[in-house]
Design a binder for this molecule. Structure first.
Ligand SMILES: NC(=O)c1ccc[n+]([C@@H]2O[C@H](COP(=O)([O-])OP(=O)(O)OC[C@H]3O[C@@H](n4cnc5c(N)ncnc54)[C@H](OP(=O)(O)O)[C@@H]3O)[C@@H](O)[C@H]2O)c1
Length: 243
């Protein structure tokens, strides 16, 4: 059990984020779990782990919202030592057809939004003691791209630059910053992909199957809590997609 450890997981109410919240809470980490549109699933996690999970509202792409989420997490948990920047958005289409406002929104919410979150939580992390970490959720498409994924893959690659830079700026304070690059995992996000897209990816994977949210959460919690000499790293968890 992780005595006294606290975490903020963005997009913690569903999909990969919810698996991270469950894993951290089951390890005794008191965890603020953010939702955006629907508080219901985050409240259900709070009922599943009484006294360990705190639902809070958060919207990607707003510095104001990131600062409020950081303040709220500290107010409810007492301090903050672990942050998982998991919330992200996907929208796609061939570059010749995708609406450029959509392209800019994907970049802004994923990249600027995650930078705003890091900026908002760093004062609280610096004020805390012991091992502290930020783990940013990128994607295997950062490394390999993908048809229809020009905005998303650009944004997820930018997050690797962001995580390495924040790692360089934060090491002197004892704060570790790493990234996880998941492959294909069936969640509500992949449900919005075109028909057959997941099967086509799975067909080409070394492991010939999609990952589970629990497998990605295990990698995230390893970097967030266990890998205490690991910073500036990217852990690819993609069933061999990017090999
Ligand atoms: N699934 C995959 O195959 C895959 C692969 C590689 C990387 N990833 C990355 O992994 C992360 C989690 O993906 P997922 O598939 O688990 O997603 P998901 O199932 O769609 O979960 C979305 C979560 O993010 C929240 N959210 C949605 N839009 C938001 C916004 N604009 N601002 C703040 N929060 C927002 C949702 O809250 P509400 O329900 O309240 O709206 C929910 O908690 C993302 O960064 C994604 O890019 C996923």
């Amino acid at each position: 059990m992780e005595k006294g450890r606290t975490a903020l997981v963005t997009g913690g109410s569903r999909g990969i984020g919810a698996a991270v919240v469950r894993l951290l809470a089951s390890r005794g980490v008191r965890t603020a779990c953010t939702y955006f549109r629907s508080p219901g699933p985050a409240r259900a996690l709070a009922l599943e782990f009484p006294g360990l999970v705190e639902p809070i509202a958060y919207e990607l792409g707003s510095l104001d919202s990131a600062e409020r989420a950081a303040d709220e997490a500290v107010a409810r948990l007492g301090h903050l030592d672990t942050v998982v920047a998991n919330a992200g958005v996907w929208a796609g289409g061939p570059l010749t057809r995708i609406d450029m406002d959509t392209w800019s929104r994907v970049l802004n919410e994923n990249v600027v939004g995650t930078a705003q979150l890091c900026r908002a939580v760093l004062p609280a992390l610096r004020a805390a003691d012991g091992d502290r970490s930020i783990t940013i959720v990128s994607s295997a498409v950062a490394m390999i791209g993908g048809v229809g994924d020009s905005a998303y893959s650009s944004a997820k690659l930018a997050l690797l630059g962001l995580s390495r830079t924040v790692a360089q700026e934060s090491g002197r304070y004892g704060i570790r910053v790493n990234a996880v690059a998941p492959g294909i995992v069936e969640t509500d996000m992949t449900a919005s992909l075109p028909d057959g897209a997941v099967a086509a990816v799975v067909d080409g994977l070394l492991l010939r199957r999609a990952g589970t949210v629990e497998e990605i959460a295990a990698a995230i919690s390893f970097l967030a809590l266990d890998a205490t000499y690991c910073t500036g790293a990217t852990l690819t968890v993609d069933g061999g997609w990017s090999v």
